[in-house]
Design a protein around this ligand. Structure first.
Ligand code: MG
Length: 257
């Protein structure tokens, strides 16, 4: 069941104490919705992934200069695209499973864009028209397999490698991200990534134009906008939190498969 989360989120991604969830009938991306006369406190509900992409999650690599540098890569001349299967999507507090095929599992905290309508060849100046909202992603990556396979499919495609949530923020002005929104990743409470969307090499309209010049985007498709510097390993038992100011905090624990 879908719901509307009310209330504000602070600069550290924490919702206010009076946050409630109002239940919805329908599906916001496909059939329209109706507010129901049912309301729950946030702590009393279990949140699922706020969207299950019908067709694809499009990842963008090396979209922050400092992250490209830490990986030893040159800056891309145009956005570097890859796909994650929709079966990699899980929700807040769902486990990230550590596959037996890797010895180097990494977190990548990212701003995610949720597409709201079918579109192709979107000009950058019309990109905001096709955005349903914004959420938070952890672009989980088996770093050793990414290097050995060359193709990213296995390294980024395992089940549970795309936590999304905790919800979709639908009321943000895209200019906010150009001005700069703080994005942080904590592992067991220690800060590992502390970046700003002001450092995106290719901004969100450019990414939507680029991706949609290659493939049709459908409602519920998700674009991951890249990760700031500070990527690193996760171990079984670790708790990973990705926070984006004004959106929220996405928390997942790593579990043995
Ligand atoms: Mg990434």
């Amino acid at each position: 069941m879908y719901g509307v989360v009310t209330g504000e989120v602070d600069e550290f991604g924490q919702p206010s104490d009076d946050t409630v969830v109002v239940a919805l009938a329908g599906d916001p991306l496909y059939v329209g919705v109706k507010l129901l006369d049912q309301q729950y406190r946030l702590e009393d509900v279990r949140l699922l992934a706020p969207v299950l992409p019908r067709s694809k999650v499009v990842g963008i690599g090396r979209n922050y200069a400092a992250h490209a540098a830490e990986m030893g890569n040159d800056l891309p001349a145009e956005p570097l695209m890859f796909l994650k299967p929709n079966t990699s999507v899980v929700g807040p507090n769902d486990p990230i499973f550590y596959p037996r095929q890797t010895q180097d599992l990494h977190y990548e905290g990212e701003l995610a864009v949720v597409i709201g309508r079918i579109c192709r060849d979107v000009p950058p100046e019309q990109a905001t028209d096709v955005i349903h909202g914004y959420t938070i992603a952890n672009d989980v990556t088996a770093r050793d397999l990414q290097k050995s396979d060359v193709q990213f499919t296995r390294a980024k495609g395992f089940d549970s490698f795309c936590p999304l949530g905790p919800w979709i923020e639908t009321d943000l002005d895209p200019q906010t991200f150009v001005d700069g929104v703080r994005i942080q990743t904590h592992v067991n409470g220690d800060v590992r990534q502390d970046g700003t969307t002001a450092d995106l090499i290719f901004d969100i309209p450019t990414l939507i134009a680029h991706v949609s010049s290659v493939m049709t985007l459908l409602p519920g498709d998700v674009i991951l906008t890249g990760t700031p510097e500070g990527v690193g390993p996760m171990e079984v038992g670790d708790e990973v939190e990705v926070s984006i100011a004004g959106i929220g905090t996405l928390t997942n624990k790593v579990a043995q498969r």
